[in-house]
Each structure stands twice: as C-alpha cells, then as structure tokens.
Design a protein around this ligand. Structure first.
Ligand code: SF4
Length: 650
C-alpha cells in the first residue's frame, strides 16, 4: 500500500521497444478518474495522438483494475483492457471488460494497471510477481494456441499464476482478434491484434499483497447487504445468456470476489474432453445454426466458442462474419468454391473450423475476412456493402459486433447506439435488467415482484423520474440516457460487474427498490474518501466527457455523427430476443407492445436537442463547450479541443 486505501498505488509502465520498466503513481489520477476505464482514458488523452494508428508501436495497450479489485463480496474484481481499436473505423479509443481472476492477481501483485508501449524485436511475455517484473523470451509460444500457451506458462511458473494472452489471430494481425485470460475471460475490440503487433504473447501475474480498506467493518456490512440483495438467484438477464441447459458436465465458476449468485458463469466439459467457460453472448453465436444443422441441441456451439478462444478471435466478430457471408452467398456474390469456406454447410463443425482457421491464419479468403466485414465488403464489392445493413452505422464502424438492444423497443438505447464507441451492452443491460423482471410479472411467473408500480419507483430512483418508466412517449428518455451513461462511466471505472450493478430491484425488501447510493457507499468504505451518489455520478460525467472529447479528436463529428442505422427508422420491429411480443410498460403502467414500431425521426432529433442541453453541450453541433469542460475540471481538454477547432464556438 503506498498512500491510498483500496488502490495498490502504482501503475506499471513497460516499453517493449527499449525494454524499460518503470512505475507511475496511481494517486495522480484517482480523484478525477477513479480507476479502470477512467484512468485509462486520461492516460490515453495525454499520451496517444489521434494520428497514432492502433497497431503502431507508440499505441498504448492498458490493462487496468479498479479500487475495489481484490476485495471479497463486492463483484468488483473485473478488469478492463483499453487502447485504440484497430477494427473500428475511424480507429478510436475502445475498451473491453473481463472477468475471472487475472485483474485481482494484478492488484495483489501490487499494481493498479499495466501500460504497455512499443514493440519488441522478438516475441516476449511479461512476468509480474510482486516486485519481480521481467520481460522473458516467448519464441517457443509464438504461433501456439492460447490454451497451449497458457498451460506451458503454468507448467513453468506454477499453476497459481494467472495469464492473459493473444492467439495466432492476434499474432497475424486479424483486426478483430481478442485476448483470453484464465477462466476463459475474453476481451474484444481488436486488442488481440494490438498485443500481437507488440510481439507480446502473454502477461503472467501473481501476488500476495492484499489491498486494504479504510473502513473494513463498514465494508463487511456493505458486502452483507450486497449478498442479501442478490440472493434471489441468478439475474433474469444472465439466464437468457446461459449457453446450455443445466447438465452433469456443468460446474459453477464465479469471478474472484463475486458477491455470490450473480450469473450463470459456468464451465462445461464436452464429450471429446474440451473444457472451458460457456456463458455470455458468445455462447449463443452458433447455437441457432448448429441446432438447425444437426436437428437437435448439441455440443458444436460450445466447441465453436472454444475454437474462437484458442485462436484468439472475437466470437461476436465471427457471428457478424457468418451473417454477412450467408447474405453474400444468398445474393450470389460469394460461393463455397470461391471462398474455400463451406458456407452452405453453416451450422456444421466443419464450417466453423474452416472459417476460424482461415481467418486466424489469414489463409485464402480468410485474409480478406481478417479485416472485419466492413473492410472486407470494400474488397469484395459487387453489392456486398449493402448487405451490411443494420450491422454498422454510416459514420462509425464499431468493433465488428452485432447490435445490442433495439432502439425501436427501448428508445433511450438510441443514444447508446448513436454515441458509444462500441456496442453499448452495459448501458443496455441497465435498462433491460429491471424490465426483464417486470416481464416476469406480466407473464405471471411465480415469485415475480417487479410490478408496474415497482418499475415506476425504480425509474424515479435510477432513471431520473417516473416519466422514464413510460415507453409510450419519448419524453424523459434523454435524461435517463444521460444518467445511465454517467453512472456506467463510474461503474466501469470502479470496476463493478454489470450483471450485479447497479442493484435496482430487490426481492427481499418492502418496496423492492434498490439503493442508488450503494456504489458510492462501497467506494467510501474502501478508499476513506466520502463520496455520495451525486458526487460519484459527477465523476462519471467527467469521464464520459473526457471520452467524448477523445472521440471528437479522433474523427467523431458531434451531432452529425450521433446517428442510427436507417433500418431503425424505416423497418418496423418484428420481434425481440427477450420477448417476442415486445411488451413494455406504458402510461400509468399499462402494458403496451412496440411490435411494428419504428423510431420516429423527428422525435429522435428532438431527444438529441434535449440531450445536448442536459449535457451543457452545443445543441446545434453536439460539440462540447469550454464552459462545461472547465466546470468539470477538464480545462486542459478544452484548450486542446479549442486549438483543433473541435469545440463549440461561444
Ligand atoms: S456476476 Fe458473474 S460475471 Fe459478475 S462477478 Fe459474479 S461471476 Fe463474475
């Protein structure tokens, strides 16, 4: 502990070009940017020029924890990897959020984060164990799958070491390559390619320095409350993300410091012995196709996910590739013979094996697909670009992921789609979590407790007012979107697990409404600095504004870029994964359906006006103002944007 409760106190700085290893003080950043994504955004703003390309040696790759990592019972030991994403267009600041135990081990080793710069001459891995920090030769691991690399390092360093690594896809510069850590925690955004470009195969960490809380007794009490609040069983949101029905080959595997029952994080063992985590959206990418192909539920979706993990490929990137390939084959633009990929056999094990291998090793047509579908469509031409509809926006290509929630159903999500640097899964989760429980009540599920009245009270406490609970109107949605974004920026910097946080509904309480100040109470107990709910949200607003400034500096054009794919304006909503009837609470809590609805373009623009005003930005351009940035303590950001003429003219 070097001065601050909760934090390890140091951020490790590793320059792979020179081999230099140094440390900076975390305290330099904590008051304004908390930890995790917030601190990473500040380092990025200061040190990564908009001209630096994602795969340049000077591009930074940051592995960050938050002030709550390493403490039990908080669901606060997730970690984040941040930097410039090579798969987005224009390339821009991006983040991914991982579970498991690697982040906690980094904290126990005495570091709040690792910032990697430069490019090594030969493949290396970084070994971090308390005060031992060494770059070691990884030539023997280069070209190996992640599982083999991980096992090799554990044999050498001991099984308690935790490893994050890139696979062959990252080494070969596949733009949507991912990272994989122990417990199969995976990180997307193309950071596997960034890691590979630096010739950094892996980072192995282990430590024994437990972080200290300022108020251990208070923290234990809060952990009890969190356990009590989340004791109602796995959250409805995570149940729909479950990969397979329960079976004898499944074992619960929670992240370090999980509060208990948060999700269905489980391992599965297939009949061929392949074992690993099978949960989250990635478990769903091949389920429908494989089920249809084989005519019954089977293990192929699990094997497909493990294949992506081993090669270090983002499973969502594979999902979008498959959708686009199918559309192109249907349109007669691509064929099995021309691509060397059995597209007509989609759903089979052979198809997914061929696809993943060809992309990862950049063989034949896999070399084109390795660019991600948006760039691949430019290479293929012949109408294939039009077949990307609904998968990317006109002005910003996100991290090759299928869209998250549908704004035709939940209007606040329109802001997240239009503004966030990647698919806004976490912001979306905030909306869908209480509404999944409300749907259970509508469908008269036994024990359901989120009635329309409870939902209205939740909206008042968590979304800015009761009007946010009424989906028959666009009113109140700009404010609710702003609140969600600010809160999520704080949560991603603390770093709290989004499956658990914020805790909006509580089964075992009189009014069933959670405590919106709980995050700030936990932060205060850990760090000893008194922060209330409003204060924490204000820090979130600072971080959100900093990230907006980064995006604007990297080519986002304010209001002009805050747009949605046309499909949401002109194609009526047919169904939704959560509820085919698309039911939502309307006025006075009555049940309405959004089936057949589109986003009203005029209302969307009106919501944007309102939103920019609430943010204190310029409504005409959607650009930030000097006044607001200075009020948020971001004077240096305002000055930089002003020099670049990227700030609203007073
Ligand atoms: S709820 Fe699931 S993802 Fe979140 S910390 Fe617990 S085990 Fe990890």
């Amino acid at each position: 502990m070097t001065g601050q409760y909760g934090y390890a106190g140091k951020i490790l700085r590793v320059d792979l070009s020179s081999g230099e290893i140094a440390c900076s003080q975390t305290a330099e950043y904590t008051d304004r940017f908390l930890g995790g994504r917030g601190i990473a955004a500040k380092i990025y703003w200061d040190e990564v020029s908009p001209q630096t390309s994602a795969l340049d040696p000077e591009s930074l790759l940051m592995f960050m924890t938050g002030p709550l990592a390493g403490f039990p019972g908080l669901s606060g030991s997730r970690w984040t990897v941040c930097g410039k994403s090579p798969v987005s267009a224009p390339e821009h600041f991006c983040t991914c959020n991982l579970g498991g135990s690697w982040g906690a081990q980094l904290k126990l080793a005495g570091y709040d984060g690792i910032v990697v710069r430069g490019r090594s001459d030969k493949p290396v891995y970084l070994f971090v164990q308390n005060d031992t920090v060494e770059l070691r030769d990884a030539s023997a691991l280069w070209g190996r799958g992640i599982f083999e690399g991980r096992d090799t390092l554990k044999r050498e360093l001991g099984s308690t070491v935790r490893v994050v690594a890139c696979g062959p896809a990252g080494e070969n510069g596949v733009l949507f390559a991912s990272l994989l850590a122990d417990e199969d925690a995976s990180g997307s955004g193309g950071f596997g390619a960034v890691m590979g470009s630096k010739r950094l195969k892996a980072i192995a960490v282990r430590g024994n320095k437990k972080p200290t809380a300022a108020n251990p007794e208070g923290l234990r009490h809060l952990a009890d409350i969190i356990r009590e609040y989340t004791s109602g069983g796995p959250l409805p949101l995570t149940m729909i993300l479950r990969g397979l029905p329960p079976g004898p080959n499944m074992k619960k595997q929670v992240c370090y410091g999980c509060s208990g029952n948060g999700c269905w994080r489980e391992t599965y063992q297939a009949s061929d012995g392949t074992k690993g985590k099978f949960m989250c959206g990635s478990s769903m990418i091949y389920q429908g196709l494989a089920h249809k192909y084989y005519g019954k539920p089977n293990e192929v979706p699990f094997l497909a996910t493990k294949l992506c993990d081993d090669y270090g490929l983002d499973a969502f990137g594979i999902a979008t590739s498959i959708t686009w390939l199918r559309r192109c084959r249907r349109a007669g633009i691509l064929t099995d013979e021309g691509t060397g990929i059995p597209i007509s056999e989609k759903g089979s094990l052979e198809f997914i094996q061929t696809l993943v291998k060809k992309i990862s090793l950049r063989e034949g047509f896999g070399d084109t697909l390795a660019l991600g579908i948006a760039r691949a469509a430019n290479v293929v031409g012949g109408g294939s670009k039009e077949l990307l509809e609904g998968m990317i926006t006109e002005h910003m290509i996100k991290a090759e992921e299928p869209p998250g929630g549908d704004p035709r159903l939940f209007s606040p999500i329109a802001f997240f789609h239009a503004m966030e640097p990647r698919v806004a899964r976490y912001q979306y989760a905030e909306t869908i979590k209480p509404l999944s429980s409300w749907l259970e009540w509508v469908h008269k599920k036994e024990g359901a407790y989120v009635t329309s009245d409870v939902w209205r009270n939740v909206a008042r406490e968590f979304f800015g007012g009761e009007i946010a609970a009424d989906f028959s109107t666009y009113d109140g949605k700009a404010l609710s979107a702003k609140i969600v974004q600010d809160r999520e920026s704080a949560i991603a910097s603390l770093i709290l697990c989004i499956y658990v946080w914020p805790i909006m509904t509580v089964k075992n309480s009189a009014d069933h409404v959670g405590d919106p100040a709980l995050e700030s109470k936990v932060l205060s107990a850990v760090t000893g600095k008194q922060v209330d709910e409003k204060g924490l949200r204000k820090i979130g607003e600072v971080i959100f504004n900093l990230e907006r400034a980064i995006r604007v500096r990297e080519g986002h054009r304010g209001r002009e870029s805050d747009v949605l794919p046309e499909v949401y304006f002109n194609t009526p909503l047919e169904t939704n994964v959560h509820d085919p009837e698309c039911l939502l609470p309307g006025k006075n809590g009555e049940v309405i359906s959004r089936k057949g609805e589109v986003i009203d373009r005029t209302e969307f623009e009106r919501m944007k006006d309102e939103y920019y005003q609430l943010r204190g930005w310029d409504a005409a351009t959607g650009l930030q103002t000097r006044k607001k940035l200075e009020e948020l303590g971001l004077k240096e950001v305002a000055q930089d944007l002003e020099r670049r003429k990227l700030i609203a003219v007073a």
